[in-house]
Design a protein around this ligand. Sequence first.
Ligand code: IPE
Ligand code: IPE
Ligand code: MG
Length: 247
Amino acid sequence: MSLKDELIQDRLPNHVAIIMDGNGRWAKQRGNSRMFGHKHGVTAVREVTEAAAELNIKYLTLYAFSTENWSRPKTEVDALMSLLVSTISSETGTLMKNNVRLNAIGCKETLPRGVQAKLEDCIKKTSENTGLTLTLALSYSSRWEIIEAFKGVAKRVKNNELSIDDIDADLVSSYMATAGIPDPELMIRTSGEQRISNFLLWQLAYSELYFCNILWPDFRRDDFYRALLDFQGRERRFGKTGDQIKK
Ligand code: IPE
Ligand code: IPE
Ligand code: MG
């Protein structure tokens, strides 16, 4: 039986978020430049996107470039931005073929104009697709997002459009960049690092976390299925006792 066949269809997560990490180390192991790793990371993105679409998973969110990543050497940042433009161009066909809708979260104004334009173009082209929603977190950090949410709520309170007592978890969620998207049930991080790195801090409150040692350019469908199988073996208690869950 293949790993895919072992999955229980009605216990798949609706939303999987991934911190795609380890491109630089993958390239270094091969005596190559870090960009070599980023380029090979695109194959893993394609495989996971196709696998998620096939499984009818509704949302896949990929951490592609963090606010903190702007501090990397300018040559790497520039090359990553160019890679983004060429990848969005070359992968639009794959997205269409798989009925995938592209979405982006992050401080888009900080991205180069060329990236913004390509992104908008692909988001528009894929907007009628009804399968998987693929969200790219670009120039994204959770603290940035939370600060933006605070500002949005504070403005409405100041203008008397909202009372302080109206502020609840649903309202806060609606001010996040992921508004309208359910919280991820599963968060995967590759490369062996076990940290969140400013990713979806609000949304990951009750997500199952899965860390694996595979470097992102080596991550394939079967690795994705393995993470999903691991998820299906977990007992999600949400504060209750194990006995309450089994009832
Ligand atoms: C993840 O791989 C991709 C980005 C953060 C853009 P890294 O570039 O962080 O690779 P490592 O962690 O240095 O190996
Ligand atoms: C997190 O990876 C950001 C992305 C995958 C885009 P990093 O490699 O930047 O994370 P840290 O700094 O090692 O935690
Ligand atoms: Mg890294």
